[in-house]
Design a protein around this ligand. Structure first.
Ligand code: ADP
Ligand code: MG
Length: 256
């Protein structure tokens, strides 16, 4: 049965999508069966996995509205090495359409359950907000992975996210836990980043992943080739860091 993780942070541009597609590719390379669910109407995780968001017959939007199953709407990305339940701009309307539907915050969970035996990991790329879409992700997940840059304001936003996770855990999904904080775009030569990293470790202890992802231009270039960085340039420092992170995740999941 699959373990389900949301990659979430209510800030934009912090590395959620980069983390989702590269962790997925890294897990794929070490023999794990992975589904990526793109919950962001921008469709970046879809495109970054080599799937054209404009050519999809069905997307996560159709799944949320209940007209198609996950098995009938996922597509295989052979290049990336995992399955994708894609998204495009249509998903932006779902937020409003969901409001009037039954179980509006649990629709992804209900739809995903029949497909869980097909995977070891399901990774959900969340939009940069604590919206109904994100709530659908959090309600089906076992845990949340939070990518973050080690900047001063990163710590401020973090407490909102941690509170949301606590509330969802208390009221909606007893399985949900903060799995870990992933330091991304990290440059240890920058004193402030090192300081924030130390503060994170002091405050969150072993919730801070041992792996850290360096700032690496190959990771930023990869999406324009429709590939995760791990596949685009496996020898790059960024790719190697994500493969290491995938291994760390496999270990952490054993302890859950
Ligand atoms: P989010 O999904 O949180 O909005 P993205 O994953 O799209 O964030 O990342 C934002 C930008 O930063 C993108 O242009 C991405 O290519 C770039 N980026 C992300 N991680 C790295 C990294 N480790 N090194 C260099 N660039 C990165
Ligand atoms: Mg994104």
């Amino acid at each position: 049965m699959a373990r389900i993780f949301c990659i979430a942070n209510q800030k934009g541009g912090v590395g959620k999508t980069t983390t989702t597609v590269n962790l997925a590719a890294g897990l794929g390379q070490i023999g794990q069966r992975v589904l990526v669910i793109d919950l962001d109407p921008q469709g970046n995780a879809t495109m970054g996995s080599g799937v054209d968001k404009r050519g999809l017959k069905a997307t996560v939007y159709d799944v949320l509205l209940g007209s198609v199953s996950v098995r009938d709407s996922r597509v295989r990305s052979d290049k990336a090495g995992y399955d994708v339940l894609g998204a495009n701009r249509e998903l932006a309307g779902a937020e409003i359409e969901l409001v009037n539907l039954e179980q509006r915050d649990r629709r992804l969970k209900v739809a995903l359950t029949p497909a869980l035996d097909d995977y070891d990991f399901v990774l959900i790329d969340c939009p940069p907000s604590l919206s109904l879409l994100t709530l659908n992700g959090l309600n089906c997940a076992h845990g949340v992975i939070v990518p973050m840059q080690c900047e001063y304001f990163a710590l401020e936003g973090l407490s909102d996210l941690v509170n949301t996770i606590k509330q969802v855990h208390a009221n909606l999904n007893r399985d949900l836990q903060l799995i870990g904080l992933l330091r991304v775009m990290f440059d240890p030569r920058i004193t402030l980043q090192q300081q924030v990293s130390d503060q994170l470790k002091a405050h969150f202890g072993d919730k801070v992943f041992n792996s850290m992802i360096p700032r690496n231009v190959r990771l930023a270039e990869a999406p324009s080739y429709g590939l995760p960085g791990v596949v685009f340039d496996p020898a790059s420092r960024g790719a190697q860091a994500f493969v290491e992170f995938a291994q760390e995740m496999v270990e952490r999941v054993k302890a859950l």
